[in-house]
Design a protein around this ligand. Structure first.
Ligand code: JTA
Length: 635
């Protein structure tokens, strides 16, 4: 069934059970599955969102920037007001700022030479401009088995003066120094980390052929469990992808509440030497590990508890029990095997808190287990010994945005702040809206000038239909800027939330998570527990926005969560501190105090300029070329 409406064209499958978490054109659906036959060469191997597919299509069939086109269609002096997009200012502004492809190329080339953090892409991204048939992205080189660091360097990086174990993914095309502390998936799976016996990969989007190639040859036949949320056609396709690999098995996470998604991105790595847990933000597809800013938390190597020894293996942060509870919530036999394995290991060295969401309706003390109530509880418990006051800002940094309502009072400056502004027992009385709020989301210009160019926008699924209803939100938006980590041109897919001092020098807490920035509306009026599956699109949209973090039902007595999410929270108290200092040089070694937190972007955040617009994936950008000389024509 195909519908056309406010949200554009989208397709749902025949069953009346709604599996689709996104009514917007951003979401995977039956019609978006790769099929053999016509057009198959245009489709990625994996099932994915329409936004990603647009990016994939445009990479294979670029729409070259043409000056002629920009003159005939968009010559500013005679340009006609052409409806709502123009009125809202979605178009790029006047032509004197429009860059010609050669000028942009020149800029990119100079950037490669002069701008700190940008080296000539090793994968031929720039040469693609000179030869329209050149492949972008250089998969050829990446097919070779190659990791980022030598053994001793890797060990130093992982174990020396780095109490946080927080890393970014490697970015192709930046100077080596900006990848010195970065990890590629091949690094994480390398024998340097342990002799792999078995692994589980929790994720949203999988390219199985690619994933297998990321394992070292000697581990490629070890059992690999893929934990996913796909249903029906998407599930069948994932099974077909996995079929050639006898060692790959699948676990479908139950998603019983409509519009739920399995966003969780985690690796469980069982070694001969012990166990490691990796919680991160990247899908298991090549592009998510190529030129994006993604976050990774690596656990220590957890030793196996010797048989007959009776120790709990629990940490001060209760991580072991929380991870076990999270996994038990799947109620799935293959994950029972993994909970048994976790029981047998000593996780006591863990210094982070787990913040998860699992689908369900939770009452009483269970309400505090998941979603933003879990965050609220942890922040409340940590009696803040710092002088945190309402002048301490909150920063939210994300790569997708849900519906926030008609104005800021509807959620942003009420419920959202209530959770993130919780500071310990004494903090509750403070006025909530006095807390400065900085939201970081890439602008059109950020995406245009990024290493990937406009196709980076395929992973930034903010739709025009959502954006035009909440233009007020954009006044909070700050540019993506990450000179400190050399990642200004690597678009974020990482999601982070933090509270810090007014001078942006001290961090009160830092959360890295798979959870998108979406509403977690706590309704003032009770909602019926059993809602009929909403049929019209507005209802879909409203429900969607609460999926990840949870929404209250039954007059606040019950928390309802649709999706699986996972993140880790860094609290200074778990490090014996009142606050973290912000690390000034992201990749520098041990010059700075060991407790300096490597915030992966520039502080203070820089507000959008007058002409900046948030990236919106499903409208065209044809007035200025991207770093590959292309335009963005999503349809
Ligand atoms: C584009 C997405 C994820 C995730 C989930 C995405 C959508 C579009 C990228 C993505 N959803 N979408 O979990 O990482 O519309 O569903 O990267």
């Amino acid at each position: 069934m195909s519908q056309e409406g406010n949200y554009g064209k989208w397709t749902i499958s025949s069953s009346d059970e709604s599996e689709e978490e996104k009514p917007t054109p951003d979401k995977p659906s039956a019609s978006l599955l790769p099929h053999a036959g016509q057009g198959a060469a245009q489709e990625p191997q994996y099932t994915c969102s329409e936004a990603r597919r647009a990016a994939h299509r445009r990479k294979l069939s670029p729409v070259k920037f043409s000056h002629a086109e920009s003159i005939s269609e968009a010559s500013p002096p005679k340009r006609q007001k052409s409806g709502s997009q123009e009125d809202l200012g979605w178009c790029l502004s006047s032509s004197d700022e429009e860059l010609q492809p050669d000028r942009l190329q020149e800029q990119a080339r100079r950037a490669g030479k002069e701008e700190p953090g940008l080296a000539a892409p090793r994968d031929g991204a720039q040469t693609a401009e000179h030869s329209p048939h050149a492949r972008q992205g250089g998969e050829e080189q990446e097919d070779e088995y190659e990791t980022s660091a030598e053994g001793q360097d890797m060990w130093d990086m992982l174990e020396k003066g780095n109490p946080f174990r927080f890393y970014l993914t490697r970015v192709s095309g930046v100077k080596p120094k900006y990848n010195s502390g970065a990890l590629h998936i091949k690094d994480i799976l390398s024998p340097l980390f342990g002799t792999l016996v078995s692994s589980a990969q929790f994720n949203y989007c999988f390219d199985v052929d690619w994933l297998i190639k990321q394992y070292p040859p000697e581990f490629r036949k070890t059992p690999i469990l893929l934990v996913h949320g796909d249903k029906r056609e998407a599930k069948a396709h994932l099974h077909a992808q996995a079929k050639p690999y006898g060692n790959v098995s699948l676990c479908q996470a139950k998603l019983d509440i409509a519009f739920g998604t399995h966003h969780t991105k985690m690796m469980l790595l069982l070694y001969e030497e012990g166990l490691r847990v990796v919680i991160h933000t990247s899908n298991l597809i090549r592009e998510d590990w190529h030129q994006k800013t993604q976050g990774i938390w690596l656990s220590p190597l957890y030793p196996r508890i010797a048989d007959g020894t009776h120790i709990s293996g629990e940490s001060a942060t209760h991580f072991k029990a929380d991870l076990l509870s999270y996994l038990m919530a799947y109620n799935s036999p293959p994950l029972k095997e993994w909970t048994d394995i976790i029981h047998q290991h000593d996780l006591s060295e863990t210094n982070v808190y787990l913040i998860g969401s699992t689908p369900g309706r939770f009452q009483g003390s269970q309400k505090d287990n998941w979603g933003h109530f879990r965050l609220r509880k942890l922040l409340k418990e940590q009696a803040s010994r710092t002088l945190q006051a309402e002048s301490w800002p909150v920063v939210g940094q994300f790569s997708s945005i849900g519906s926030m309502g008609a104005d800021e009072s509807k959620w942003l400056c009420s419920e959202f702040q209530e959770s993130l502004v919780t500071m310990g027992k004494e903090g509750r009385a403070l006025g909530k809206s006095a807390v400065p709020l900085h939201l970081i989301y890439p602008s059109v210009e950020n995406v245009r000038t990024s290493l990937e160019g406009y196709p980076a926008g395929g992973s930034l699924p903010y739709s025009i239909q959502t954006a035009e209803k909440q233009t007020w939100l954009h006044s909070y938006f700050h540019k993506w800027s990450a000179e400190t980590s050399g990642r200004s041109h690597a678009m974020p897919h990482i999601k982070t939330y933090m509270r810090l001092s007014p001078d942006f020098q001290q961090v009160a807490w830092f959360l890295v998570t798979s959870s998108p920035f979406q509403t977690q509306k706590l309704p003032v009026v009770a909602q019926p527990t059993l809602q009929p599956a909403p049929k019209e699109e507005t209802a879909l949209s409203a429900n969607l926005s609460k999926a990840a973090w949870g929404a209250l039902e039954k007059n606040g007595a019950q928390l309802m969560i649709r999706s699986y999410e996972l993140g880790v929270l860094f609290l200074p108290s778990a490090f014996g501190l009142d606050s973290f200092k912000v690390k000034q040089k992201f990749f520098s070694g041990s010059q700075e105090p060991a407790a300096s937190f490597p915030v992966p972007y520039d502080l203070p955040p820089e507000l959008y300029g007058n002409k900046d617009r948030p990236w919106i994936w499903n409208i065209p950008y044809v007035k200025a070329p991207d770093t590959h000389g292309n335009m963005w024509v999503p349809s």
